[in-house]
Ligand binder design. Structure first.
Ligand SMILES: Nc1ncnc2c1ncn2[C@@H]1O[C@H](COP(=O)(O)OP(=O)(O)OP(=O)(O)O)[C@@H](O)[C@H]1O
Ligand SMILES: [Mg+2]
Length: 363
């Protein structure tokens, strides 16, 4: 049962606080993705688990054992990095076996572990090749093999696919997910790519500026982002975030106004005359051609049309450019740049955030 628990874990370099206070659990057997923008502290968090960084204060537990002072080699974790750094003069087999040789395992056991890993990774026919005769994906698989043979309780991945081209990345991502499920090993996977996070993680922890913003299943975070940061971070194109205010029992800005639905009355009670941020995803906006008048409608001018294939993204400028919206529409009946358009926002898909705290208000 290799779970990992962070309790008030903080990290400073000198006086600079890099990780504020981490409090969360990575459950045994799950694949947890740490995702966030560059510099937010993902690698630092992972390296603290590996024991490659000291913890300034707080407690880190792996398998219910406090590991703050435990050497990396005694933590039963294996890490795969972005640069796979294989030894060029060694064969694939020797590269995979290298860590085991250092640990002085006997030759028979090493052979057994290497063959097993090669089998799992589809490298059996390549064991005698040198790294220079491998493709990028095969090299990354060798790097995975080196971690695999150690049969660790926890796998740590730090952007392991970012050196690969887009197609290979998608393929290797699926392989890692399959491997992790098959081996049933706890895994922590760091990426700054939110699509990778959404597709790979059993759960995702979204980080920003050394703090965890939200932890949960990918769809839960997508559907119920806890704050403006998570709302804007997950999803391509990102959620539209519009400035609105509450006034006379309405939510309005220079473009539209809507009566506050009764289900939101209680939550918005204290927001009269206050500013809010209204979030709406591009897929929850439709062209408003019908005569129904009960929804939220916006008029604007189309600035950009991006054709995706079966869908188009249109960028609409409203209220003389003070507000912008991106909508994802079906590709039939494609509007043109410069056209005026009327759009409808799906009231049931609206997110509301307090403009001051940026926290979610309605559920
Ligand atoms: N040895 C160090 N001394 C001082 N500051 C450091 C050191 N190592 C990292 N940092 C800082 O800590 C912060 C977090 O770094 P970290 O490498 O964890 O970010 P990251 O989320 O992995 O980013 P990326 O996506 O770019 O890899 C950064 O602002 C970085 O500059
Ligand atoms: Mg990093």
């Amino acid at each position: 049962m290799a779970n990992i628990i962070f309790e008030n874990v903080a990290k400073k370099y000198g006086d600079t606080s890099i990780i504020k206070e981490l409090n969360f659990e990575i459950k045994a057997h799950e694949l947890m993705v740490l995702v966030g923008p560059s510099g937010c502290g993902k690698s630092t968090t992972l390296r603290m688990i590996a024991g490659l960084e000291d913890i300034t204060h707080g407690e880190l537990r792996i398998k219910d054992r406090i590991v703050n002072k435990v050497e990396p080699k005694d933590r039963d974790v294996a890490m795969v990095f972005q640069s796979y750094a294989l030894y060029p003069h060694m064969t694939v087999g020797e590269n995979i076996a290298f860590g085991l040789r250092i640990r002085k395992l006997n030759a028979e056991k090493i052979n057994e572990l290497v063959s097993e890993a090669a089998e799992v990774l589809g490298l059996t026919d390549l064991l005698d090749r040198k790294p220079k005769a491998l493709s990028g994906g095969q090299r990354q698989r060798v790097a995975l093999g080196r971690a695999l043979v150690r049969k660790p309780s926890v796998f740590l991945f730090d952007e392991p696919l970012s050196n690969l081209d887009a197609e290979l990345r998608v393929q290797m991502r699926a392989e890692i997910a399959r491997l992790q499920k098959r081996l049933n090993t706890t895994a922590v996977y760091v990426t700054h790519d939110q699509v990778e996070a959404m597709t790979l993680g059993d759960r995702i922890a979204v980080m920003n500026k050394g703090e965890i913003m939200q932890v949960g299943a990918p769809l839960d975070l997508y559907e119920k982002p806890k704050n403006v940061f998570v709302a804007g971070f997950l999803g391509t194109p990102p959620m539209n975030l519009l400035n609105v205010r509450v006034e006379d029992n309405q939510i309005k800005n220079g473009v539209f106004s809507m009566a506050i639905p009764s289900a939101w009355q209680a939550a918005l009670e204290n927001f009269e005359n206050k500013k809010l941020i209204l979030g709406i995803r591009p897929e929850h906006i439709t062209g408003a051609n019908h005569g129904d008048s009960s929804g939220i409608y916006c008029k604007g001018q189309i600035e950009i049309v991006e054709t995706l294939g079966h869908e188009v993204l249109i960028h609409v400028s409203m209220n003389e450019g003070k507000e912008k919206l991106v909508a994802k529409l079906p590709a039939h009946d494609i509007p043109k740049m410069g056209d005026n358009i009327k759009l409808e926002l799906d009231v049931n898909a609206i997110h509301l955030f307090d403009a001051e705290t940026e926290e979610r208000i309605i559920n």
